[in-house]
Design a protein around this ligand. Sequence first.
Ligand code: RRO
Length: 386
Amino acid sequence: MVDLSTSIGGVPLSTCIYNASGPRTGSSAAMAKIAASRSGCVLAKSATVSSQTGNDQPRTWHEENGKASLNSEGLPNNGIDYYIDSKTISETLGDSNKPYMVSISGKTLVDNLLMLGKISNVMKADPSIKIAGVELNLACPNIVGKPTIGYDFDQMEDVLKQVTSLPCFKGSAMFPLGIKMPPYFDRPHFEHAASILNKYKSCISYVASINTIGNALAIDSVAEMPCIRAKGGFAGLSGPAVKYTALANVKQMRELLDESIDVVGVGGVANGIDAFEMILCGASAVQVGTCHWTEGPSCFDRMCSELEGIMREKGYNSIDDFRGKLKEWSKEGAALSRSAKLATKSIGDGGVSTAKQGTDSNSILIAVLFAVIAILLADKFNLMEL
Ligand code: RRO
């Protein structure tokens, strides 16, 4: 029996695959569809203090082959009060008892402190409110005039220091806190970011790596202009193109973070193999953003059954059987992989040659039939004797 369950920051999830904050998470109607799927959790859209409409359209773009997407949404959302309202939460969850988490992305530190205060007040006032965790987004690349906090280490440290000094994190925290991080590309940056996160390990339950790769640019070569309107076209890159950067970030973060901080892998996950690879790199759970955006919430059901199939084939019963167990490169491993590829290829070639053989024997049969018809006709008209 294959078990996809996991936990992040002590919150149990029935499956290790769930939605990233962003696409299809703005309203309770959209989130209810996630709750009805096999997603292990429902994570709401990043909220600001007040509702806002976001950047001018067009603000999203998908490459034709589905390998890359860009967005410059600019945080359109219904405001924090909506996402922590008991009506929103009950409309989202319905009968489901899966965890519901909120995401915050304040435009200033004061905004983030204010939103965390609102969340704890709501939970104190009504203990039946089901907010299982809060993800603090330090990585939105699309706010005009605002740098990505996770790239400004002094600012990031100040934010974490002040956030974790709030009364809701004193003693035993009121809710688990996750931090959404931008991608890093250089070992000293990974080390610096992880050392800051580790300083606040008593309050940080998980780190979600990665947000989109900021300031990418897609160009409409016919019109000779950017495909996206805001910020001169510079926007967050996502989709399969970012998976390799995301895997590296998950692996580096898992190596550098204190083991009490879980790592959630996000970036370019589109199938069960992608989720499997994230877990091999050390992810305790996997979030899906762009694929959820383009395919809809049925992607969670598909990916869960694909991951179950991979685990069954490999003889793994739970994700702990392979989590963080990426092996070192070896000649034996390469040989194993080569022979697996050859076996797949020869099955494929077998298929092709059977088909080819079939075509050849059909041609022979047709030729024989023509010959028989020709002989019969010749016989009928006494042509044989000429
Ligand atoms: O709303 C956005 O433009 C946005 C956000 Br908050 C984010 O965290 N990441 C992203 O790619 N877009």
